[in-house]
Design a binder for this molecule. Structure first.
Ligand SMILES: NC(=O)c1ccc[n+]([C@@H]2O[C@H](COP(=O)([O-])OP(=O)(O)OC[C@H]3O[C@@H](n4cnc5c(N)ncnc54)[C@H](OP(=O)(O)O)[C@@H]3O)[C@@H](O)[C@H]2O)c1
Length: 248
């Protein structure tokens, strides 16, 4: 019994810490409407679940897409408007070369090294933001997760009291650092926080906003819907400087 109480206490303390350390207040930035629509975009995490959707849908929308991938053999999409660069978000030289000449950067960076402290998300994002500032690339759309900052607890009870404290504490902690770096950057940023990701098809209706998610039940969204929403943020200025929850 004592162990159960201690565990519940740990889960609550972790949730509060994720709330305090992620982006909490909506801090929408007023940006001057650019006359130029983004045409050249860099996608990070393109070999991942959301990343593949981002690439396919961005090409469908007519963007010229560059991807920075660790293993080019994993990139199975071919298209005349797709440029594939080999590199690593932790290697500033490759990130710098990929960011140069872009109009915007979209990131679906993630990894599976859950059970040890890592800084891949935060350090990778720092490298991206530094290259963006250097090359005066303003728009940054980044996928994090419900459960961080103002959305703490909004993944539902199962995630709040099992998945996050048991499997993902280090990973989510690094996401709070990642969000903070984005919020403190000079970029015109949008943080997109999805619920639990599925590989199902796009739906006609999705919900998005600052108070999205559910404290009790788990909320889902397809990677296809997340990608579509993220690409919308390239031309829609209404969420600049905001962390937006998204789910079905
Ligand atoms: N799964 C969920 O239910 C869920 C829910 C909410 C939010 N999210 C978040 O959503 C994001 C996307 O998730 P996902 O499942 O769609 O993606 P994913 O399949 O985990 O893909 C992650 C991508 O990041 C790339 N990557 C990792 N380390 C890299 C590095 N050092 N340099 C360059 N690229 C690197 C991976 O490349 P490789 O192919 O080379 O590994 C891969 O392309 C993640 O941040 C995840 O935490 C997930």
């Amino acid at each position: 019994m004592i162990y159960l109480i201690l565990f519940l206490l740990y889960a609550v303390v972790l949730s509060v810490a994720l709330w305090r350390n992620g982006v909490r207040s909506p801090s929408k930035i007023a940006v001057e409407k650019s006359a130029i629509q983004p045409q050249n975009i860099l996608i990070i995490g393109a070999t991942g679940g959301t990343g593949r959707q981002l690439v396919a849908q961005a090409l469908e929308r007519g963007f010229s897409v560059t991807v920075l991938v660790r293993n080019t053999a994993k990139m199975d999409i071919e298209h005349p408007q797709l440029k594939i660069l080999q590199g690593n978000v932790l290697d500033s030289a490759t990130v710098d070369a990929a960011v140069q000449g872009q109009d915007a950067v979209v990131s679906a960076l993630g990894h599976k090294q859950f059970f040890r402290p890592t800084r891949i998300l935060s350090e990778g994002t720092r490298t991206i933001l530094q290259a963006m500032e250097k090359h005066n690339v303003k728009r940054f759309v980044c996928e994090t997760s419900l459960g961080i900052g103002s959305s703490a607890g909004r993944m539902g009870l199962y995630y709040t009291f099992f998945t996050i404290p048991v499997i993902l504490p280090f990973y989510f902690w690094d996401k709070t650092r990642q969000e903070k770096l984005i919020a403190e950057s000079a970029a015109d940023w949008v943080i997109v926080r999805p619920g639990v990701l599925t590989n199902r098809k796009k739906r006609i209706k999705i919900r998005h906003g600052a108070d999205i998610g559910n404290f009790i039940t788990t909320v889902n969204i397809s990677r296809a819907d997340v990608a579509a929403f993220m690409l919308d943020q390239l031309t829609d200025d209404s969420n600049i400087g905001a962390a937006v929850g998204i789910c079905w």
